[in-house]
Design a protein around this ligand. Structure first.
Ligand code: 5GP
Ligand code: ZN
Length: 114
């Protein structure tokens, strides 16, 4: 599995850095964001290192990501809906260069982005 030794999300995926894990399988880890922007703000992260959503991501990993989003929604009781965001690059404000999906919810999110 491809890893970047300097990447914080690779370290979280390997449990070298602690996080509040919501869901985990062999492909994906989901953990609560350190600076939540909504009552529920969980990050769904592939365990292998990909820079962003434009990477060549294997189909089985994409399937695992969608399953993890479903599991997070169930675990957090997001029955009324939620938003999924993946930032890519500078204009989107990507700060961690390891592919991740923000799962935001727990209140009406309005018409803005978050
Ligand atoms: P981005 O701006 O790259 O789309 O999102 C990165 C997210 O990772 C931010 O929402 C930030 O709060 C979160 N984050 C950064 N470092 C850590 C960390 O060490 N632990 C956790 N749980 N979240 C982090
Ligand atoms: Zn990484």
């Amino acid at each position: 599995m491809c890893k970047d030794p300097d990447c914080i999300f690779c370290k979280i995926a390997d449990h070298e850095i602690p996080s509040t894990v919501v869901y985990e399988d062999d492909q994906v880890i989901a953990f609560d964001d350190l600076s939540p922007q909504a009552p529920v703000h969980t990050l769904v992260v592939p365990k292998a290192h990909y820079q962003d959503v434009t990477a060549d991501i294997p189909g089985e990993t994409l399937v695992a990501i969608t399953k993890a989003i479903r599991e997070v929604a169930a675990a957090k009781g997001l029955d009324d809906g939620f938003r999924v965001i993946s930032n890519k690059g500078e204009h989107a404000g990507q700060t961690v260069m390891h592919l991740h999906f923000h799962v935001l919810g727990g209140k009406p999110l309005g018409e803005g982005l978050i």
